[in-house]
Structures are given as C-alpha cells and as structure tokens.
Design a protein. Structure first.
Lengths: 152, 214
C-alpha cells in the first residue's frame, strides 16, 4: 500500500458508477472531501419527508465507526491482515480492487453494504494518498486495548 | 393487475420472534433485483429478506389472521443515500414479462397512476393494497445540495408503503417509487405520529434514477 499517492482523486472516483461520481463531485464542490464522505454515508434522502418504512436510526455513530475501521485497515491493525495480504499481492495499487476490497472488509465488520461505503472509501483513499500513510497513521496504535482488571 | 401480486413484495428482517416487516419493494429484473428505499433497509445489512408473494389474484381475500410467510434472503447491491433508493437482490428467477421503468417526465399532472404496496406492514399487517390517484405536482427536492425529480401524488400514505411501486396505466410503465409524506417538524408527537404527516401530499421519486443504479 506504499504508492497510494500516485493515484488522483479522479482516478479513485472512476471506479464508481457514473451517478455516484456525479453526486460525489457535487458534494465535494459544495462541502469539501471529508464532509462529502460523511454526507454520503449519513444521508437519508430529502428532508421534510416522513418516511413510511424501516426503523429510524441515527447514522452519525455509523460514520464515526466507519472512519475508525478505515484507519485500522490503512494503519496495519491485525483485524484486517488477511485483506491487506490480498492487496499487497498486487504488483501495484489497482484502484478498483482497493476500493472494492476495503469496502467489503469494512462492510463485513460493520454489517453494512459495501455499495454504500465505496464512494466514501474512494474519497478517504485519496486523502491518505495526499497525506502519506505515515502521516495519516501517526499516533495510531495497532495493539489491542489493555483491559483493566478490577477487584471483585 | 395480477402481475403486481407477483412482483410487489414485503421487505423484512428476520429476528428471533419471526420476520419484522419493514416496507415494500418491487421486482425489476428477471434475475431477482428488487427496488425499495434506503430507509426501509436501514443501516443494518444483516438478515434481510423478501417475503414471497402470498396471493396470485388481486381479487382474492387476503387472510389477515394468517401470519405464515416464506422469507427469501436478500442482499443489498446498491444504495443511493441522497435519493433514498436501494437495490437488493434475491436468488430467484421470475419468468414473466416485467413492466419497464419510466419517468415522471413521461406523464402529466392530473394523470391517473396506480400504487401497489403494503400499508401498515410495519405494524404486522400484510395486505397488498392497490390505490388509484393522480399526479398532483411535479417537484424538485433537494438532498444535501443535489436536486432530483419527484412527484406529489394526491393520496395519503401510511407506514409500510415506502418502496411502493407507482404505475402509469397509460404508458404501461413504472414511473416512481413512494418515499413518504411531506411533513415539517411540528414539535408535537401524538401516539408516535407527527400530525403534520397526515396529509394527501405523498412524495414519490422518479423511477428514472433506478436505471442509473443497475
């Protein structure tokens, strides 16, 4: 995953369906990249509509969880070792495979569709490429949390 | 008319007590692709099912005391969260001829449309219901700065009808998907209902956006 910086935002977005590309580019123009990813994952259609189905849930915790899992994936957390091995077997970064594998991996962890995650994954991969993996992962700890034992 | 008994289905989720019905969906491909809304499916991808059709004739009496069903697993294959649309897929094969997808561009204000869906299914009542009304207005609705084509239809809808199919008998096409009712926040909830949602301005999105997702 060392040459992410060679891929532009447009190349990352090119793996998406045309309607997704159009929507994401509009969101980026209005809100910027990071906010566009958040809006895509958290949006629930036009406002002022009383929706007649499903179970109403807040999507905010889901976006925060998504960002946490994305960081774990990029920064070497053992939860995603098998997926990273799969990606590292490619001789170079192939944007289509990266977006689909990372979306599927995080979707499996969080229990949501890879199809929803893919545009947000593409945006965040572009951001990591611009920043560099080392800078993006500064301060990230791959060790599992230490459990504090309390006396019974 | 009986075709719709086979292609309009209930979407639900399997839980320890059985199937919790979440809303309506409809078949749009012979290999089992089904359209519903994003909010029907929600953010949890697990244990989603469609319920296989329970009647073959729209004139048949639907036994509301019969709570047996045949759930078929579905998986989410695409979601447009800005337009509140979702495509799911079941491992089924439909051998009939399906209505094609159209657009609100193709019909006029005042024209008759038909609605097929499952009002009250979220409350455990499974009744495939046909309603007829007219297009009251064509509108653009904005979601996060992106506008898309919708229509106001002149009827009241209730929970369970999200994902219902809107059909034009004149052009013989599916022209829209029911999303819900216009409702500003009233600040008052009575028995779980925002009084502002009790109106005859039901909001539907144009079916043309489904094609982009397939």
């Amino acid at each position: 995953m060392s040459n992410l910086e060679e891929i532009s935002l447009d190349e990352w977005l090119s793996v998406l369906k045309p309607y997704q590309i159009n929507s994401i580019k509009t969101l980026i123009n209005i809100h910027g990249e990071d906010k566009a990813a958040e809006i895509w994952i958290s949006a629930n259609g036009p406002s002022n509509i009383a929706q007649f189905g499903g179970i109403h849930q807040s999507t905010q915790p889901f976006f925060d969880n998504f960002k946490t899992e994305f960081k774990k994936f990029i920064c070497g957390h053992p939860d995603y070792d098998s997926y990273r091995i799969q990606l590292n077997s490619e001789s170079k970064v192939i944007n289509t495979i990266y977006v689909s594998v990372i979306s599927a991996a995080i979707g499996a962890t969080l229990g949501f569709a890879a199809a929803l995650l893919a545009p947000a994954v593409a945006i965040l991969l572009s951001a990591v490429g611009k920043m560099g993996i080392k800078a993006y992962c500064t301060g990230f700890n791959t060790d599992p949390p230490v459990i504090i034992k309390r006396d019974e | 008319m009986n075709l719709f008994t086979q292609i309009v289905v209930t979407i639900g989720r399997v839980n320890p007590d059985g199937v919790q019905m979440l809303g309506t969906g409809f078949l749009i491909s012979n290999d089992g692709k089904i359209v519903t809304t994003k909010h029907v499916v929600g953010i949890d991808n697990a244990r989603l099912v469609m319920l296989a059709p329970h009647i073959a004739d729209i004139n048949q009496y639907q036994d509301t005391a019969d709570n047996r069903c045949h759930p078929i697993a579905i998986s989410v294959i695409d979601i447009d969260p800005l337009k509140d649309l979702c495509i799911v897929k079941a491992d089924i094969r439909f051998e009939g001829v399906l209505p094609t997808l159209g657009s609100f561009d193709e019909i006029n204000v005042g024209e008759k449309i038909g609605i097929f869906g499952f009002p009250h299914c979220v409350e455990g009542r499974r009744v495939l219901t046909f309603q007829e009304t007219e297009i009251g207005a064509k509108i653009l609705l904005e979601s996060q700065g992106i506008k898309s084509k919708h229509a106001v239809i002149n009827t009241q809808a209730r929970p369970g009808q999200s994902g219902s199919l809107i059909f034009s008998p004149r052009i013989n096409k599916i022209v829209g998907v029911l999303l819900g009712a216009y409702a500003s926040q009233s600040g008052v909830i009575i028995a779980g209902i925002n009084p502002n949602e009790l109106n005859q301005t039901t909001q539907c999105i144009s079916a043309e956006y489904i094609n982009e997702m397939l």
